[in-house]
Write a protein of this length. Sequence first.
Length: 234
Amino acid sequence: MTGTDNPTNTGNPDGASSNSAAYATTASVTGLAREIEALRRDLGELRALPDRVTELAALVAQLAEATTASIGTQLGVTSWLDLPTDPSETALAVLTELITWMQVVYLRYPDAGAGLPECWLWHPHVVEELLWLMHAWLAAYHDDNAPVSLAGDWHDRLRPGVVRRITSSTGRCSLEAHQSRDDHPTPGAPPVVPLVEAVESIADWWATHRSDPPPPPTLQQLADADQHQAGKRR
């Protein structure tokens, strides 16, 4: 048998081309199979995505509930100016707690005691200042998760600020000043917002012509303003 009769003769160009084509086809099929398998895995992950989103939503809801519960257990801030109008026991309880704290903490600072007038209870804004300062102190010292910076801020900024405002607003006041006199308005009376009758004209100007000068005050408004200033100077 001659070499030309051997079907596996590598010298045959046609045989080499068919073998190369077979190898190329096999490689293509193998690559395609790999791509299909990768797509199948990706599709499986996509099918599982809604379940994962549901799990994530449930986790977020749990975290929100835990955060809400944590906030609910933290110390709240009582407002003396917005105290509910219920029986006086609530106000009495608020003042009793505040006075205890003032005795233990606030009045330990010399400037606080020097700046607090004896008529402080007659000044609602003073009670309000002391209440929020007390709650800030409780948040800094009675919350196990509070950073030390809260205590530092209370000493460095919050307490001095309250002392300064109380001293500035009531420094010359005394208990005698709260006595009613015929020539003096009753101290501690609810404040009156001046010139409320101008609200309609101001609202109309601001809503429709704010690029123009505001409406000039009327003669009655000027007289009311003078009366309001005279009352403040008494």
